[in-house]
Design a protein around this ligand. Structure first.
Ligand code: ZN
Length: 642
């Protein structure tokens, strides 16, 4: 259609619409607020870096470390209520917090809380970071009175329209007062679990912001151990932003990752580090420091999860314009052979959580490999039990053992009742004397049992003493590296004249966990479970993990509950049943000989049956027994070992 047609056709509607548009624009113009400044704009316009706290004093320049822009502007963004920054050291996190504080004091005054791990850190932040900014940044000068009679202290400063309080996460009293609109929490992974008796300091601080619809919660920290890191947990709940930079060679946007840092192996760590380059995973080109820093200048944040009001940022030294690559590689090479130093490197340089790899057992795998048996399989040579005493029940595990140390779970039994009363012990006694159906021998008795005497020591001690000849042993768990699985306790339980045994619980857990990790059902040590074990049993069985810590340079390895796990009885009773087997072996049990005997007896019975079938007159006593079944001088297994 030509122009004239078009005008004729649309002119009427067009005139009406245009009129409405003009009216609306005028109306909105009248309502329009002055454009809101972001924190990065404020900082670029006003902020001065002080000589005592900055290597580059003078005018602030956000583009010096471009990734800071997105973080600071998220803090001033009205749609963001929570900001989480997981960062290594040396990325400028301190100044991000300072800029936010300066912005709020100058542009959006309100009550602010700045939390540091301890009160001392809070005090030095106030004197070394905050005061120089207030002094050197012109628009902040004079806003905070430093005269003594203004009520201002090192940790509390008021300004027109608001105040800032600095606290240590360890001081509970400070956390319970006044409402706060902006909470900034620095180094949250170094906070104590509880502020005095008041509970989680992070929760306490957030609670104080509830009266403000426009509250702002900012958390930042270098992360610590996976599963325990608060900042990592918080980041997982955010929209998880990562900073993408374009390759100077192929232009492809990508995260800067430690895995792409390459170096050549030379004589010394220092020489090796000097060869460090960043290799683009897309084109293979190597970036030098200048190229990398230039790429960071062109970078942008990208969220990996939907935005729900919580912006999360992840950063490491590889993005920092203040750290040459060779320095990062040098610290890695210096740290790599010492787990504790390596953990520090991963936390503070890579800004990542430390995973204690290979020390955990996955419960799902165990659940999925349960088997369909109800009687003890033929290869089970001996059955032992382990008993844990709780204040309202006894938990009993019964395990069948084969010659190659495989175990068959024969079903956990929970006896409910008060262990201080007699009834439950009678039930246990019955259970321990109940034979278990066996595929080869018809049935099999429980040969030995370990009962934890840590709780109700006298009761357990007495019960076991009376059943000494049935190899029912009272045990006490002893943590610590290198202890034997089972040994006789040097003393007797006081006054009672009772014997008891010590179980090296860490050694037992080492054995149990290394066996639970075996995947080949034919391999020695493999642990079989039948369908009677439920999911909860496996969650308990895998509840602990080995940890390593260093005390005065000495390495300490110990077991602790994994985060989120509460109960571990299934692990304990498995371990006690294993200790009972150890007791039998120490008393002279020869698994191989017992196994051969079982087979021989079976063969002999078969032979007798055949012969009787052929000739019903045969005298059974005259059929020769194999050597292994001839009676020997009997040795009683009563646990008389050292
Ligand atoms: Zn490239």
């Amino acid at each position: 259609m030509n122009a004239t047609d078009a005008v004729e056709r649309y002119s009427d509607e067009w005139l009406i619409l245009e009129g409405v548009r003009c009216f609306c624009e005028g109306f909105l113009k009248g309502l329009e607020l002055p454009p809101r400044q972001t924190i990065s704009e404020w900082a670029d316009a006003n902020r001065k870096l002080s000589s005592e706290s900055s290597a580059e004093p003078g005018d602030w320049n956000t583009s010096r470390a471009e990734y800071q822009r997105g973080i600071m502007d998220a803090i001033s963004d009205i749609n963001v209520s929570e900001v989480t920054i997981v960062a290594s050291s040396q990325v400028g996190k301190t100044e991000i917090i300072n800029n936010a504080i300066g912005y709020y004091i100058d542009k959006d005054p309100c009550p602010i809380l700045l939390m540091q791990p301890t009160e001392n850190v809070a005090k030095s932040w106030s004197t070394d970071r905050l005061m120089p900014m207030l002094r050197d940044t012109p628009c902040l000068q004079g806003k905070v009175s430093d005269s003594k009679d203004s009520g201002n202290t090192v940790l509390h400063k008021s300004f027109p329209g608001g105040h800032i309080t600095m606290v240590g996460a360890n001081s509970a009293a400070e956390l319970a007062s006044r409402p706060i609109r902006v909470v900034m929490m620095d180094e949250v992974d170094r906070y104590p679990l509880s502020a005095g008796k008041e509970g989680d300091p992070v929760k306490l601080a957030i609670k104080r912001t509830t009266t403000f619809w426009n509250r702002k919660i900012v958390k930042c920290s270098t992360p610590t151990i996976a599963g325990m890191s608060k900042i990592d947990a918080s980041f997982q709940q955010s929209d998880m932003r990562f900073f993408l930079v374009p390759c100077p060679h192929c232009g492809k946007y990508q995260r800067i990752e430690w895995a792409n840092v390459k170096w050549e192996k030379k004589e010394t760590n220092e020489e090796s580090a000097k060869t460090a380059v960043y290799a683009c995973p897309h084109c293979g080109a190597c970036w030098n420091d200048v190229e990398r820093w230039h790429a960071v200048g062109l970078g942008r944040w990208e969220a990996t999860m939907p935005f729900n009001g919580h912006a999360g940022f992840s950063l490491w030294e590889g993005y920092s314009p203040w750290v040459p690559l060779k320095e990062i590689v040098k610290s890695f090479l210096d740290a790599k052979d010492d787990p504790e130093a390596l953990k520090t490197f991963i936390n503070t340089s890579l800004g990542q959580v430390w995973e204690d790899k290979g020390e955990r057992v996955d419960e799902t795998r165990l659940i999925n490999r349960r088997e369909d048996y109800t009687t003890a399989p033929p290869e089970v040579v001996v059955i032992t039990a382990g008993v844990d005493v709780q204040d309202d029940r006894l938990e009993v595990e019964r395990l069948g053992w084969t010659v190659n140390n495989q175990s068959y779970g024969l079903g956990k039994v929970v006896l409910l009742g008060d262990p201080a009363a007699a009834r439950i012990w009678e039930e246990l006694d019955d259970l321990l004397q109940t034979p278990i159906p066996h595929a080869l021998t018809g049935e099999m008795e429980i040969s030995a049992c370990c009962i934890d005497s840590g709780y109700l020591t006298q009761q357990v001690g007495k019960f076991c003493q009376e059943r000494w000849n049935r190899r029912v042993w009272a045990i006490k768990g002893m943590p610590g590296e290198g202890r034997p699985i089972l040994k006789r306790a040097p003393g007797k339980i006081k006054k009672l004249n009772l014997e008891f045994f010590l179980v090296g619980t860490d050694t037992v857990k080492d054995v149990v966990y290394s066996r639970l990790k075996i995947d080949d059902p034919a391999a020695p040590g493999y642990c079989h479970f039948n369908m009677s074990y439920d999911e909860n049993h496996f969650i308990q069985l895998t509840a602990e993990e080995a940890k390593t810590s260093y005390v005065k340079g000495r390495k300490l390895r110990y077991y602790a509950l994994r985060p989120g796990r509460k109960r571990n009885e299934a692990l304990d009773i498995f371990g006690y049943a294993l200790a009972a087997l150890e007791g039998l072996k120490l008393s002279g049990l020869n698994m191989r000989r017992r196994w051969e005997k079982m087979l021989a007896r079976q063969e002999y019975a078969e032979k007798v049956r055949e012969m009787v079938e052929r000739n019903p007159e045969v005298v059974v006593e005259n059929i020769p027994k194999p050597d292994i079944l001839r009676p020997r001088r009997r040795r009683r297994l009563v646990g008389r070992f050292a």
